[in-house]
Design a protein around this ligand. Structure first.
Ligand code: UDP
Ligand code: MG
Length: 153
């Protein structure tokens, strides 16, 4: 009974977030997924996609006026990426913590960006920054039926 209640509580507080393994880190995807699993995150959907410039521009539209926008779009379309739906308690914050700071040089040791990133642009992974954006970003890449265990909408 207690186990059932704990499982039910865990399911209720579970969130989903979107992760992208960026082009230059795709060959380290297994190691990166191990970091995510250690952070209590389960990969419940994953696919490899090669973004078109239009998709990358739309996905990063919030940054369209930033000086790095065009370079970022070029980088994100330079090769395939792996898009993943992660699920777990406080998944958005847990993933951001596992990722580390945007600039790998400033990211805490043991974070994904510290260990797999190269510089502020080539920083190995993307992660949604809020639950609201997580929902939008998951919808950007996945149909509901592509996600194996949808505990929240
Ligand atoms: N980026 C960059 N130069 C910068 C800041 C960001 O090239 O000065 C890139 C980097 O790949 C980053 C992405 O733009 O991951 C989105 O930036 P954001 O500020 O949203 O950082 P994040 O949420 O990825 O930590
Ligand atoms: Mg961001």
């Amino acid at each position: 009974m207690l186990k059932f209640l704990l499982l039910a509580a865990a399911a209720l507080s579970a969130e989903q977030t979107l992760s992208i393994i960026k082009p230059d880190a795709v060959n380290q995807a297994e190691e990166i997924d191990a970091y995510l699993e250690n952070a209590g995150l389960r990969v419940i959907a994953a696919k490899t996609v090669h973004l078109t410039p239009e998709q990358a521009k739309e996905f990063y539209a919030v940054h369209k006026d930033r000086p790095f926008y065009n370079d970022l779009v070029a980088y994100m379309t330079s090769g395939p990426v792996i898009v993943q739906v992660l699920e777990g308690e406080d998944a958005v914050a847990a993933n951001r913590k596992a990722m580390g700071s945007t600039d790998p040089a400033k990211a805490s040791p043991g974070t994904i960006r510290a260990d797999f990133g190269t510089d502020v642009q080539h920083n190995a992974v993307h992660g949604s920054d809020s639950l609201e954006n997580a929902k939008k970003e998951i919808d950007f890449f996945f149909q509901p039926e592509e996600i194996s265990c949808k505990t929240s909408s």
